[in-house]
Write a protein that binds this ligand. Sequence first.
Ligand SMILES: Nc1ncnc2c1ncn2[C@@H]1O[C@H](COP(=O)(O)OP(=O)(O)O)[C@@H](O)[C@H]1O
Ligand SMILES: [Mg+2]
Length: 275
Amino acid sequence: MTTTASHTAAIAATGITKAFGTLDVLRGVDLNVEPGSILALLGSNGAGKTTLVKILATLIHADAGTALVHGFDVADEPARVRESVSLTGQFAAVDEVLTGRENLVLVARLRHVREPAAVAAELLARFSLADAADRRAGTYSGGMRRRLDIAMSLIGDPPVIFLDEPTTGLDPEARLEVWDAVRQLAAGGTTVLLTTQYLDEAEQLADRIAILHEGRIRVDGTLAELKRLLPPAEVQYVEKQPSLEDVFLSLVGARGPESGERGAEADDSERKPRS
Ligand SMILES: Nc1ncnc2c1ncn2[C@@H]1O[C@H](COP(=O)(O)OP(=O)(O)O)[C@@H](O)[C@H]1O
Ligand SMILES: [Mg+2]
């Protein structure tokens, strides 16, 4: 028996703390993710996103707090959690010497999935890799490789998938391809927790957005809810709604919405969250 009867969330974390030596990375993280939804965990470089994902995927232990993933406690039932999740990191776990198809069949065999060839064929079609299926993965573009990586992580149909910065380092076109793949996952009922430093990625993909800053989830809500946290800025007769970027920067303190002068002169391409 698990202690989860009262929980319906796919991921339910309460009071998670983690320190590395004297560095308090997580200082009491509370987070809930509904089944079949996409949650974007947004935070600057070094905010602790990967640390939290690793705890939820049972790769490292929290110092305190509890986390249930698919109803199983990460501390008490790590094997059950591992059966329920897959984790795709920033650096694709694809074997470049093998073809796309061979990569998928290999993972399907390792996970004792029935009919590995059929599973591989279905995933290749689903992620638009059928044409490239029998080419070595080493010849794939960044977006194709990341899509293959996501496809590999889906073998065995884990109900919860963690995507740690799935589009970092990809060009814009490849990012769009990966976004499509992520949307397909959620449409199929998979719960997705993705981490990102990209505000537009969170805006585009997520049902809910949680901002991790200084060890805690500072806000958690839909994009519309987050935007309501800041008053609309009035510029002459035009009412400008705050963007997710305004909310993010006001929380992490890099630049508040009130410091309009700097914002006005900053070029859009340079408006990245600071670490
Ligand atoms: N194994 C570790 N040992 C020591 N420090 C670590 C370790 N893992 C992460 N850190 C530190 O914890 C902080 C958060 O890291 P991380 O979770 O990777 O952040 P993010 O994924 O948000 O960029 C960083 O300062 C990082 O250097
Ligand atoms: Mg990280």
